[in-house]
Write a protein that binds this ligand. Structure first.
Ligand code: SF4
Length: 353
């Protein structure tokens, strides 16, 4: 039996019952693949269902308010995925009459759809014989075929793409691709793969050569950068102030409190003497109510260390240096914010101050 047939047999018996698996709808497949790119299935499931309920088709997504899309995405991270989904939906409306095309290169021309997503949509929704390669596929192929080039190097990626394409079952490309990914997620896992009960054990290079813990090989990523944020939670009567992150940095499009970023942790005393603080408050009378502990938030290449300073003022002459909006403290949950700020808001009730 071919490797593909073995994988498909295994898949039909062991696959998890996930809502997008019962759908041939290209939009649903697109959405599920984008959500699952950086997210575990258990977490992504609720987001998928919420997203489909709120934005049931490409046209609704294309015409939606971006803040509302980001709010629905809140907590999933990698917010460029949500922004790109909307830009992609708008392109589908403009260029493809509102229908995702059944052509691999046309799929690739849509914003936010890379080779992985195009292969997933193309094979599952349109039966195109194109292999998907994600982290699970990298691991399964590295171990099965003894690929020793790092899977995150150009050479390794090319090697694995060729093997993956040769393995594909041209009659059942969608099921084959899903089987491959599910096999990596459930059977050939990162730690403790279930080799004893593996239907591919007799063909597996890593099993035969005792290299399961060695493969796949990866080049080490750059060190994590640490950043230090101080958020100014300024209360002016029933309002506080929010600013939108517009820079091409983390959390683009999300809202946050006015921010002072420093290169290391600085004491409150020092911060109050800093030019940034003085520029913001100038001669505006204000009172510091409390300073939070450190909130840590890990992103893929950055660690954000944040604290929140709660400040009261009766003067609206603050110089925010960046466009700010006054928001009622009891309406703050209507705005899309980072998980970090959401964690702070869950720990405090601003309306009580
Ligand atoms: S034998 Fe083990 S390492 Fe090889 S494919 Fe099966 S689960 Fe993965």
């Amino acid at each position: 039996m071919s490797i593909s047939s073995t994988l498909i047999n295994w898949y039909l018996q062991k696959k998890r019952n996930l809502p997008w698996r019962n759908s041939q709808n290209p939009y649903h497949i697109w959405l599920s693949e984008v959500i699952l790119q950086q997210t575990r299935v258990a977490q992504g499931l609720a987001y998928y269902e919420r997203f489909v309920a709120r934005f049931p088709d490409i046209e609704t997504l294309a015409n939606a308010n971006t803040d509302e899309i980001l709010k629905t995405w809140q907590g999933l991270g990698y917010y460029s995925r949500a922004r790109n989904l909307q830009t992609g939906a708008q392109m589908v409306m403009d260029k493809f009459n509102g229908q995702l095309p059944g052509d691999y290169n046309q799929l690739l021309s849509i914003k936010g759809i890379g080779s992985y997503t195009a292969a997933a949509i193309g094979s599952i929704a349109f039966n195109l014989p194109v292999a998907v390669v994600d982290g699970n596929v990298n691991r399964v192929i590295s171990r099965l075929f003894g690929v020793h080039s790092p899977v995150n190097s150009t050479a390794g990626m090319k090697e694995i793409a060729v093997i993956a394409q040769n393995l594909i079952n041209p009659k059942l490309p969608g099921i084959h691709n899903q089987a491959m990914m599910e096999f990596g997620a459930l059977q050939c896992t990162i730690r403790n793969p279930d080799c004893c009960l593996c239907p591919l054990q007799s063909e597996c290079y890593a099993f035969k050569n005792n290299e399961i813990t060695l493969l796949p090989i990866k080049i080490k990523q750059a060190a994590v950068k640490k950043r230090y944020f101080t958020y100014l939670v300024i209360l002016y009567h029933i309002n506080t102030y929010l600013q939108k992150r517009t820079e091409k940095d983390i959390w683009q499009g999300l809202y946050e409190f006015p921010l002072i970023e420093t290169e290391k942790v600085v004491s409150l005393q020092k911060l109050k003497c800093s030019p940034q603080w003085n520029q913001i408050f100038q001669n505006v009378p204000h009172e510091i109510i409390e300073t939070s502990g450190l909130f840590k938030h890990q992103l893929s290449h950055q660690q954000i260390n944040a604290r929140f300073i709660l400040i009261k003022t009766n003067d609206d002459g603050i110089n925010f240096r960046k466009e700010s909006i006054a928001v009622r403290t009891d309406k703050i949950h209507d705005f899309p914010v980072s998980k970090l700020i959401d964690n702070y808001l869950s720990a405090i009730n601003l309306s009580n101050y």
